[in-house]
Design a protein around this ligand. Structure first.
Ligand code: P1T
Length: 390
């Protein structure tokens, strides 16, 4: 099957085959880990397959990038050493001192820290806006200065939903590009580039890698001029992943579809349990009909994902106790792996936004629902919420 044909196949076929053909010399079905920093040249400038030096390109990375481009239906994909390295490269490629960026008012804490505390002092201003409120995004734009409208959908950790198609229109009318952090949905549930977004960023540490064994990031673009800018900066800045990291991420990516369906199945069962629990004040999940973004999520997502946030009735102390008591749900940062994780965003992943407009509620708990047996997950939460009822 040609690569061109593979790009037109179904999602799972692309996840498994796009980006790599069995090695012509050995027939190796899986891309080898090319543990090499440099490549022999056939005479000065005589590069084999374009490979010169592994910061600029490495075949294990090329295979991963090809698969990511095919799954997001983008023109090109670029792999990075972390999600934040990918984001930094986007910022430095597409903004200059004096420019302005609109960001979610409930972004991942590390994204806010990067844009506000790192890019800010270099002259990039930002305005937080609610991604679910088109008027608020429109109002945050500074005509002529806003270069990027940056969203997450669903957002981390409050699971707000932005209407990608409408936000792309708003960004483009202002002469800006729309960047979508697609980490929570993954390309299996949502392909922002097909809805008008210009760039997709990922923390591939999460669902794409899927096994909590590697940190990585990616940028996928649909326009060749943007691809040229990102590609130049990827090489010039050098925040690239090594070949072993690329191998692990690519290995995880192949099973993204089956994993995501199980994450969603389990999350739906956990949501059903939580909404009926007397010690749960609010369950936030875009699959719930009462979620304010439900209609938009139903339009642009295949399913609603594996992340659930909820608020407990007993305030912050109660939330901390539940986090500490869970056992099958491991207390830890990150998300998107096969194992279930529980965390307290206010004190953990979003501690860097404490005291800002982006601060998250103290009684909030975030779950990354894994692919274990669903009944065990529900029983664990039952114990953690009401320890006397074991
Ligand atoms: O951790 P890193 O691979 O650098 O990715 C940063 C990042 C970017 N975007 C989103 C939506 C994210 O959730 C993250 C990382 N988030 C966590 C570690 C977390 O537990 O929320």
């Amino acid at each position: 099957m040609s690569q061109e044909h593979r790009f037109k196949s179904g999602f799972e076929t692309r996840a498994i085959h796009a980006g790599y053909d069995p090695d012509p010399t050995t027939g190796a079905v899986i891309p080898p880990i090319y543990a090499t920093s440099t490549y022999k040249q056939d005479g000065v400038g005589g590069l084999r397959g374009g490979y010169e030096y592994s910061r600029s390109g490495n075949p294990t990375r090329t295979a991963l990038e090809g698969a990511l481009a095919a799954l997001e239906e983008g023109e090109r994909a670029f792999a990075f050493a972390s999600g934040l390295a990918a984001e930094d490269t986007v910022l430095r490629s597409l903004t200059r001192p004096g420019d302005h960026v609109v960001i979610p008012d409930d972004a991942y804490g590390g994204t806010f820290r990067l844009i506000d505390k790192v890019a800010g002092p270099w002259g990039i201003e930002n305005s937080p806006a609610a991604v679910s409120d088109l008027d608020s995004v429109r109002a945050a734009i500074r005509p002529g200065r806003t270069k990027l409208v940056w969203i997450e959908t669903p957002t981390n950790p409050l699971l707000n939903i932005g209407d990608i198609e409408a936000l792309a229109g708003i960004a483009h009318d202002a002469g800006a590009l729309l960047v979508v952090d697609n980490t929570f949905a993954s390309p299996y549930l949502q392909q922002p580039l097909t809805l008008g977004a210009d760039l997709v960023v990922h923390s591939t540490t999460k669902y794409v890698g899927g096994h909590s064994d590697v940190v990585g990031g990616a940028v996928v673009v649909r326009d060749l001029a943007v691809a040229e800018a990102i590609g130049f900066h990827q090489n010039a800045m050098g925040a690239v992943p090594g070949p072993f990291d690329c191998f692990l991420t690519h290995r995880g990516l192949k099973t993204l579809g089956v994993r995501m369906d199980r994450h969603c199945d389990n999350a739906e069962l956990v949501v059903e349990f939580l909404v009926n629990h007397p010690q749960v004040a609010e369950v936030i999940y875009p699959g719930l009909a009462e979620h304010p973004g439900h209609a938009v999520a139903s339009r642009q997502m295949k399913r609603y994902g594996g992340i659930i946030s909820f608020r407990v009735t007993g305030g912050e102390e109660h939330a901390l106790e539940v986090c500490a008591r869970a056992e099958v749900f491991t207390l830890g940062e990150s998300l998107g792996g096969v194992e279930s994780l529980i965390e307290h965003p206010g004190r953990m992943t979003h501690a860097s936004v404490a005291g800002t407009d982006l601060e998250v509620p103290g009684d909030l708990i975030r779950l990354s629902v894994g692919i274990e047996t669903a009944e065990d997950l529900v029983a664990d939460l039952e114990r953690a919420l009401e320890p006397g009822r074991e």
